[in-house]
Design a binder for this molecule. Structure first.
Ligand SMILES: Nc1ncnc2c1ncn2[C@@H]1O[C@H](COP(=O)(O)OP(=O)(O)O)[C@@H](O)[C@H]1O
Ligand SMILES: [Mg+2]
Length: 352
């Protein structure tokens, strides 16, 4: 059964449709990410789930309970939703110690002193802050401040955690470590996570499923692997991982880079169900091989060493193709002619 359910949720700001008929069902205990470029509606969606923002249309339920409904004109205030929340900015109170920062939401819930202390210390321990109870936030690093926010969120024993780009202000190494810590916390406490990010590798590493969003709309909801290997459309293909989109024409039973018949045919069968003569061939730089003879003929324009991988730019006519190969393979030099073999491709329709 789904834990968090959004039905036809829509939000407008004046003429901007920030979130457009969004339907999501998240099972209990899932780590669900919302991924998309800046301005695509991720934060607005999270704020509607949290109750900071009303809906123009649609309904949100959590478990059996109605949280927001435009039809029934119902709206449960945020403080009654009992979500744990962590945002991008380090939202800690500078004048309170770590202990009091974490304890505060419990204190306003009027729990007994003993219970506040127990839950606070447990959250502090689980987030790796033990020993800093009496410290003030400005004596701590960004990562530690974000741990305070995490501890505060889990201290209330939430069944749902809402995280909005919680690691974006941390340096890359710490960001990677904290991903695992968040996963561990989820395993220990069993809450459902709704995680907003514009960082694809973060979404890939953390999530059971990812919602890829653009312009307020769902592009795809799927597992990280399927999002990468079977992108639903060209937007998703281009947003996740590295990509080449090559204009091709279909003629004489073969595929050619558009306007470049002299470069030779592409080594793929004709796309199934092609509507027109022109298509877009989509392929990842790692799915292309070099050959000396045959293939689509091009010239190596540039190569860049990226650790173990070499990143090539190969020019075919006026089309630049990106290829990535392991450094241990044979290296093609700048200016050298080469052939390209495409191992794995997807096809997209092209506007006439
Ligand atoms: N309070 C607001 N008033 C007006 N427009 C807003 C407001 N909040 C968000 N928007 C607009 O809604 C769209 C989605 O924003 P947001 O949800 O913040 O995107 P994201 O979190 O994916 O970057 C953007 O076009 C943004 O400018
Ligand atoms: Mg945002």
């Amino acid at each position: 059964m789904s834990h968090v359910k959004l039905q036809d949720v829509t939000k407008r700001f004046g003429k901007v449709i920030a979130v457009n008929r969004l339907n999501i069902e998240i099972p209990r205990g899932e780590c669900f990410s919302m991924l998309g470029p800046s301005g695509c509606g991720k934060t607005t969606t999270l704020r509607m789930i949290a109750g900071f923002e009303d809906l123009d249309e649609g309904e949100i339920t959590v478990g059996e309970k109605l949280f927001s409904s435009s039809f029934k004109k119902y709206y449960l205030p945020p403080e009654k939703r009992d979500f744990g929340m962590v945002f991008q900015a380090f939202a800690v109170w500078p004048h309170l110690t770590v202990f009091n920062n974490v304890a505060f939401p419990l204190q306003i819930r009027k729990l007994s002193k003993a219970e506040v202390a127990e839950r606070t210390l447990r959250a502090i321990t689980y987030t790796g802050l033990a020993g800093s109870e009496k410290t003030y936030p400005n004596e701590l690093s960004g990562g530690q401040k974000q741990r305070i926010a995490l501890a505060r969120a889990i201290a209330i024993n939430p069944t749902v955690m809402l995280l909005d780009e919680p690691l974006s202000n941390l340096d890359p190494k710490l960001r990677e470590e904290m991903r695992f810590e968040i996963k561990d916390l989820q395993r220990k406490f069993g809450f459902t996570i709704i995680y907003v990010t514009h960082d694809q590798s973060e979404a890939m590493a953390l999530s059971d499923r990812i919602l890829v969003m653009s312009d307020g709309r769902v592009q795809q909801i799927d597992t990280p692997l399927n999002i990468y290997q079977r992108p639903a459309n060209q937007f998703v293909f281009g947003f996740i991982g590295l990509s080449n989109f090559l204009p091709v024409e279909l003629e004489d039973g073969a595929v050619w880079i558009e306007g470049m018949k002299s470069a030779g045919p592409v080594n793929t069968p004709l796309p199934p169900l092609a509507k027109g003569r022109r298509m877009t061939l989509a392929t990842r730089p790692s799915e292309i091989d070099f050959v000396h003879a045959g293939g689509v003929r091009g010239i190596v324009k540039r190569l860049t060493y990226l650790g173990d991988i070499i990143d090539y730019r190969v020019l075919i006519g006026d089309v630049m193709v990106r290829v990535q190969k392991n450094r241990k393979r044979e290296i093609f030099r700048q200016g050298e002619p080469c052939g390209l073999i495409f191992n794995k491709v997807l096809w997209y329709e092209r506007e006439p």
